[in-house]
Design a protein around this ligand. Structure first.
Ligand SMILES: [Zn+2]
Length: 210
């Protein structure tokens, strides 16, 4: 298995390439920016891109998706509850003071229970609203890996003060969905360092049972 994560763009969104070196196939999660770098890496690794998976429609996660689709032909997956945010791209770019990236409607949804990813490395979609209404986490059960988007960070959780955010909802998503996963599950957050469910259960101040 090939697994590479690296920060892209001014907000340092963690973009992840997950590849199967035998099938020569890959998925990319959250290509927020630096699309040429992502595409170059895929060619260097000899991987054909099968899916572009976007955890939520914030500009730093979705900004490069259409460009990457044009370069590779891979379809874009995004939960439909984030379509209103996707359509606010100009406002999102203005918040950051960056140019508005070209965007397009997703080719497919990312719905609760749906299975995406590669044949050997499938992921279950967990709909975890709160940071945004369409936020999802991708749970690669056989790999004991969770790609968490901006729902869970090492020692923190996603902000809920932007349009579509809801604090009670993210707390419910965290408790009912993410804390239900085994402690040894590795967590790849949308920003910052990796962690595990066990570590966050133990020490994340937002996850204390109230
Ligand atoms: Zn976000």
């Amino acid at each position: 298995m090939i697994r590479e994560s690296f920060p892209v763009g001014p907000l340092a969104c963690n973009c992840t390439i997950l590849g199967d070196e035998e099938a020569h196939e890959a998925i990319v999660i959250d290509p927020g920016d630096e699309v040429s770098r992502i595409a170059n890496r895929l060619s260097e690794l000899g991987l054909k891109l099968k899916q572009i998976l976007v955890t939520h429609a914030h500009i730093d996660h979705v900004g490069g998706a259409l460009k990457l689709k044009r370069l590779t032909g891979a379809p874009i997956f995004l939960n439909e509850n984030d379509l209103p945010l996707l359509k606010m791209m100009e406002a999102q770019a203005a918040w950051l003071g960056v140019r508005t990236p070209e965007i397009a409607l997703p080719d497919d949804g990312l719905n609760e229970g749906q299975v995406v990813g590669l044949e050997r490395y499938p992921a279950q979609v967990l709909h975890t609203p709160g940071h945004t209404q369409g936020s999802v986490c991708l749970y690669f059960a056989p790999l004991k890996l969770l790609v968490a988007g901006d729902t869970l960070f090492a020692g923190s959780i996603g902000r809920t003060d932007l349009p579509g955010g809801n604090f009670d909802q993210i707390i419910d998503s965290l408790h009912s969905r993410l804390l239900a996963l085994p402690d040894e599950t590795e967590v790849l957050p949308g920003h910052g360092p990796e962690t595990t469910i066990g570590e966050e259960r133990e020490s994340n101040p937002f996850l204390r049972v109230v």
